[in-house]
Design a protein around this ligand. Structure first.
Ligand code: ATP
Ligand code: MG
Length: 334
């Protein structure tokens, strides 16, 4: 089980940090992939953008090869049972656990210009993020969670909550979910910080070739290299070199390293070549995305189909949870 927030179109970090595992796992495991729109509300005040972004994410997923025949693809807010489980979990989760979450502190820092703004943006809902994420996973009794590195602490949190639930009620009902990382669990954006949709530093899966090149040209390279005739240092090249390691084969990597370190190529030229490789890799996805975008009804039908499948599972889980906790299962009362 895994999810993404509808806060904008997806970027290369999503692809290399998570989606390549999703594509691999969907033929091996029973997979649930969720567009987590309630999570978008934790940092976005403009709720009206969320609907359009659900559509954008669905297009990105389908374009790169997430297959609705193999996986259950659904939207979080179509499954109210997740919200119920979030509430039930919040009753057994100590407040101290959420307050020490490092990822949330980073999110607030990135979003706020100053102390006062940070205070304003650190809402009750934002601090509930890891509890909601736990509910997302455990509604489907998720065991493996393919995510990027920034989610690692949330997964530890989810395991703590699963254990706390099982211990509190003397059951072994929920599995303790584990993260699964790719070889690139944290891809950097053009500014050298984590590539994020909300941080204005990303290259989108759906960007045009020209936009991609423009963004790649902004990438921070070796800060010590002033003139083209200075030898470069790949080990301190901040963004292009790590990107080459993701996109280029061993031979090309060796060439780039040699040309850079012998000052045979300038950073601008090197980045233009990198943009070319990125564009080549993503061209088929971009083309498929354009085709899919022509038929909105079809995309919404696929999501609705997934919602129905997911809801069935969610209803069963919540039925079990209410039984375990000794609550009333009102729907089953005659
Ligand atoms: P936002 O900035 O709105 O939080 P995001 O880019 O962080 O957006 P999310 O929807 O929060 O995207 O994350 C979806 C998934 O993609 C998570 O598993 C996350 O760990 C992974 N992911 C996001 N950015 C990166 C990145 N730069 N490198 C690797 N994985 C990433
Ligand atoms: Mg994020």
């Amino acid at each position: 089980m895994s999810g993404m927030r509808p806060t904008g179109r997806l970027h290369l970090g999503h692809y290399f940090g998570a989606l390549i595992n999703w594509i691999d796992f969907q033929s091996k495991y029973e997979s649930y992939f969720s567009i987590v729109d309630w999570h978008a509300l934790t940092t976005k005040q403009n709720t009206r953008e969320v609907k359009a972004n659900i559509w954008e994410i669905a297009l990105d997923w389908l374009a790169v090869g997430i297959d609705p025949e193999q996986s259950t693809i659904y939207v979080q807010s179509a499954i109210p049972e997740i919200a119920e489980l979030h509430l039930l979990f919040s009753m057994i989760t100590p407040q101290g656990w959420v307050e020490r979450e490092p990822t949330l502190k980073d999110m607030v820092k990135m979003l706020a210009a100053n102390e006062a703004e940070a205070h304003e943006k650190a809402t009750y809902g934002l601090f509930g993020y890891p509890i909601l994420m736990t509910a997302d996973i455990l509604t489907f009794k998720g065991e493996l969670v393919p995510v990027g590195k920034d989610q690692e602490s949330h997964l530890e949190f989810a395991r703590d909550v699963a254990r706390k639930f099982n211990n509190t009620y003397g059951v072994s009902y929920f599995p303790e979910p584990k993260p699964e990382f790719t070889a690139t669990p944290l891809l950097k954006g053009v500014d050298g910080l984590k590539m994020g949709k909300s941080y204005n530093n990303d290259i989108k899966i759906a960007d045009t070739a020209a936009d991609t090149e423009k963004k790649v040209k902004q990438m921070i390279t070796d800060r010590t290299r002033i003139a083209k005739s200075d030898p470069g240092h790949t080990d301190i090249c901040e963004v292009p070199w790590p990107m080459y390691k993701v996109f280029a084969d061993q031979d090309l990597q060796a060439t780039v390293k040699q040309e850079c370190e012998n000052a045979e190529i300038g950073c601008v030229q090197c980045k233009i070549r990198l943009a070319g490789i990125i564009n080549e890799k993503f061209a088929p996805f971009r083309e498929r995305r354009e085709q899919l975008a022509k038929d909105p009804d079809n995309v919404f039908k696929l999501l609705q189909h997934g919602n129905i499948k997911a809801r069935k599972v969610a209803k069963q889980t919540l039925h079990d949870v209410r039984e375990i906790m000794g609550m009333v299962n009102w729907e089953s009362l005659k």
